[in-house]
Write a protein that binds this ligand. Sequence first.
Ligand code: ZN
Ligand code: ZN
Length: 285
Amino acid sequence: MSVVIQKVSVHGGHSGQFCHHAKDSLDAVIQAYIAAGFAWIGITEHMPPLDDAMRYPDEAENGITSLTLQTQFLSYFSECRNLQQRYAGQIKIFTAFETETYPGISPFIQQLLRQTKPDYIVGSVHHVAGIGIDVNAELYRQAVLRCGGLEQLYCDYFDAQLGMLNDLEPAVVGHFDLIRIFDSNFLQTLQRPAVWSRVERNLERIAGLDLILDFNLRGFDKTQEQYPSMPVLKKALELGIAIVPGDDSHGVSSVGRNYERGVALLAELGHSCQWQLPRLYRWPD
Ligand SMILES: [Zn+2]
Ligand SMILES: [Zn+2]
């Protein structure tokens, strides 16, 4: 008897309609998921920046204000809710968002939660020492300098992640070890005792809170390996953490990308490939 492996994505659906570094309309992205045979997807657009200083460089260069991005984020929610209903017979859609993590953002996230009532959130860290670490190698290098070294950059990243986990208890933890994105020796850096102890500490917290770890397929394109990387993934499986694929799509062309490759890898590691659903918020009416 063969077991059916469902196609799902717990993190993805960024679209050019609502995200400056993505492509295509949200409707087109969702239609691509339907065409690819996905059973359920979480649409997890980026939250807007707290202020102009925290915009992504491409937004700043194009003169898009934080206020514009905040307004656009509310439009994202109404559009995604519409599409959720329109396609209800064809695919199960969750309307969610992906967080940022940097000092001062917590009250803003709480405000957005009350305002938008998402189905769930993906808790992500893209900034260390006030610098976007996944934007390009040069900014990554600046973040290393500001932290006083590569090991400290990793430590600060994982400390920020722990703070976020405690603060938000997000249903899904996004690209757990994104911090290795521009480090070609990441396997060695992860092994350093100060770093690995933080990895284990955060994974134990994730296990304790019963959160889902985003098995982020975009890592294959960015770093030749999924997030989390193999040693972290094995530790997470050992701790019994729920691991669910997220294609982190940023347009039609990245819908479902690397899916078969990712699932084969998980199956090889003994994962059942029966995906846990994210724990949904229950908002009062
Ligand atoms: Zn993005
Ligand atoms: Zn992200």
